[in-house]
Design a protein around this ligand. Sequence first.
Ligand code: B12
Length: 290
Amino acid sequence: MTLQEVAEILDVHYMTVYRYVREGMLPADQINRSWQISRADLKEFQASRLSSSKNKKSISKSGGGSIKKARHGGRDETVWADRVLARLIEGDEAGVASVINSALRSTHNLQSIYLDVLMPALATIGARWEQGKLDIYVEHRATEIVSRLIGQLSSKFSRRGVDRGTVIIVAPEGEQHSLSIALTADLLRVEGWKVMNLGANLPASELAKAAKSAQNLVSVCIATTMSSSLQETAKSILAVRSVSGSKVKCFVAGLAIKSEDQAQELGADLWVASPRELIVALDLMGQKAN
Ligand code: B12
């Protein structure tokens, strides 16, 4: 069964089913681009949910093969992320590039390099800086290294041919975190979307102009890291709606967004907790439209 079919049975949003899969609670196999869930696994999942109020534990398929397949960011990626982290803290740009190139040779794709290697390294740097274990300049230097590196990497993975529609990706006024947008933009381009990356700190009125000018606009994704920017996020969504109506789906993402309810309060159609979820959500939207 597809994520949508399972969502109907469980009476939840399909992104919630996707989250169950990502978190290893519901075994699934990825066939071509779509996730497939067996009826037996769904039955087992439903049974475990019934008893989970008493005993909250996730199910695992005997042998565990499918769960492993459905998960990203395994032990391998952790090792690469640790290597990248060490080089980033040293400010060794050539060293970071060399570790990334080795990781790429060992079957990692761009998505895995960005999300399972670079992103955890950045998160650790952010956490150490927050704990006062790392100087601000080290964090800034690491950010600059990663920005330059993704610029080089993305050109290696550029895709030619007919695009699947335009996706705008942006962070609202007041927000300086643009790296996650750049990473996500690259990953969407690899998936065949035409991406208009508007970067960070964009006023809502300018976003509306961009949305109006975009050809075949499918979706706008607004990334918010700081909770102080949430009001601007809501304004941005309103601005998009004022020029595009409801045909363009508005997604929200980023550390400041914690739930689907919050996303709806902001006026969004959907919350995507990670770039991978955005990719899946756009795929599912495309499948529905066809
Ligand atoms: C780099 C960085 C900066 C750089 C940004 C440069 C740039 N060009 O982007 C600079 C130095 C400018 C900066 C500034 C600040 N930062 Co800062 N920063 C970071 C850092 C180290 C990495 C951010 C990043 O790009 N991560 C990569 C992304 C992809 O990972 P992620 O944020 O965890 O995202 C996950 C989800 O939220 C989601 N997601 C996030 N963005 C998007 C976007 C899309 C489209 C999608 C689909 C999904 C998605 O996907 C990820 C999960 O898969 C983080 C640490 C961290 N945890 O990441 C702190 C961090 C985000 N910063 C933080 C803070 C506090 C600040 C400052 C207030 C510091 C200060 N006192 O000045 C300012 C705020 C400036 C502002 N007004 O925006 C906090 C935020 C805490 C919070 N949410 O309340 C963090 C978490 C550090 C920490 N541990 O305290 N920062």
